[in-house]
Write a protein that binds this ligand. Structure first.
Ligand SMILES: Nc1ncnc2[nH]cnc12
Ligand SMILES: [Zn+2]
Length: 337
């Protein structure tokens, strides 16, 4: 009898992934044909070749254009299932997936098609992929907060299966403050709260997300290292940070992986996980991100296990489920790999 080889990857949660950002070029062309929508590229290879970004804005432009192929409930279901299939291969056992309602509403796609398509795929995920999931509705920082509040009310009224809300899109010039009422309403409704902050913008955005929005988790947050007092606070409070090192390099928030603040964040004692953000656009699913940071920083098996443990600790799962996952991570750490 042979014993199975120990897995080369720790079990992990992925806490920061935009479902729209998981659109692979092949699927984009398949959906374009299915829906009779044109794409400004002749084939999937040319689209992938366009994935060279100068900053967050240049990425968001292409990301928004490619989304035009997502029109019907089935498109959102196929998109979500494709991500879950790939995530399972990456060792993801639990995924907290965000979607951007405004990105679809502005194109005339009904909110129900978006929510029902994604939620349908998520409902089947545990059986089909062995991945549990939670869904987050993220609002665009560069649009009016009254619009976000209105959409939140619609999501609540339709009993959308969301665990919480997030805040994303362009950061520079769009601080968190105006979204105070949206986050207060979410808190009142019992929703969990995360927010992109300190990706391209300053550490003050992280502080404001915590103080003004009562965010429980910070997406990216790499600018925090510029503010030692804030670092001390997030360490003391063990605020989860969902860091996306490959995304930060590809969007030029940092010049190279070797200069990424991830090691400094870990060293300071912050609760950091590694995540993919928008995997095909940045050429890296979370297993590829694990490989990249392991190579760049010479991470040990213990350090990789600590990042995986932080992904479960920072999740919105109940404590008993977190504890069960932590036991699996510990078993992986102790196995010979
Ligand atoms: N990296 C990112 N920052 C802000 N908004 C996003 N939407 C998708 N990816 C994003
Ligand atoms: Zn993001």
């Amino acid at each position: 009898m042979t014993t199975p080889a120990p897995s080369t990857r720790p079990p992990r949660a992925e806490l920061h992934v935009h479902v729209e950002g998981t659109l692979e070029p092949d699927l984009a062309f398949e959906l374009a044909a299915r829906n009779g929508v044109g794409l400004p590229y002749p084939d999937p290879e040319s689209l992938r070749a366009a994935y060279e970004f100068e900053d967050l804005r240049s990425f968001l432009d292409l990301y928004s254009a490619a989304m035009s192929v997502l029109r019907n409930e089935a498109d959102f279901a196929d998109l979500t299932s494709a991500y879950l299939t790939r995530a399972a291969r990456a060792g993801v056992r639990h995924a907290e997936i965000s979607f951007d309602p405004q990105a679809h509403l502005v194109r005339g796609v009904p909110l129900e098609a978006v929510v029902d398509g994604i939620a349908g795929a998520l409902r089947r995920s545990e059986v089909e992929h062995g991945v549990t999931t939670l869904l987050i509705a993220a609002f665009h920082r560069d649009r009016d907060s009254a619009e976000a509040l209105d959409i939140l009310e619609r999501l609540l009224a339709m009993d959308a299966p969301i665990v919480g809300i997030g805040l994303d899109n362009a950061e520079i010039g769009y601080p968190p403050g105006p979204f105070r009422d949206v986050y207060a309403r979410a808190e009142e409704a019992g929703l969990r709260r995360t927010a992109h902050a300190g990706e391209e913008g300053p550490a003050q955005n992280v502080r404001d997300a915590l103080d003004l929005l009562h965010a429980e988790r910070i997406d990216h947050g790499i600018a925090v290292v510029q503010d030692p007092e804030l670092v001390a606070r997030v360490v003391a409070e063990q605020v989860p940070f969902t860091v996306c090192p490959v995304s930060n390099v590809r969007l030029r928030a940092v010049p190279a992986l070797a200069e990424h603040p991830l090691p400094a964040m870990i060293e300071a004692g912050m609760l950091v996980s590694i995540n993919s953000d928008d995997p095909p656009y940045f050429g890296a699913y979370v297993d590829d991100v694990d490989d990249a940071v392991t190579a760049a920083f010479g991470l040990t098996r213990d350090q990789r296990a600590a990042l995986a443990a932080a992904s479960f600790r920072g999740s919105f799962l109940p404590p008993d489920r977190v504890a069960a996952h932590l036991a699996d991570v510990e078993a992986w750490r102790l196995a010979d790999g």
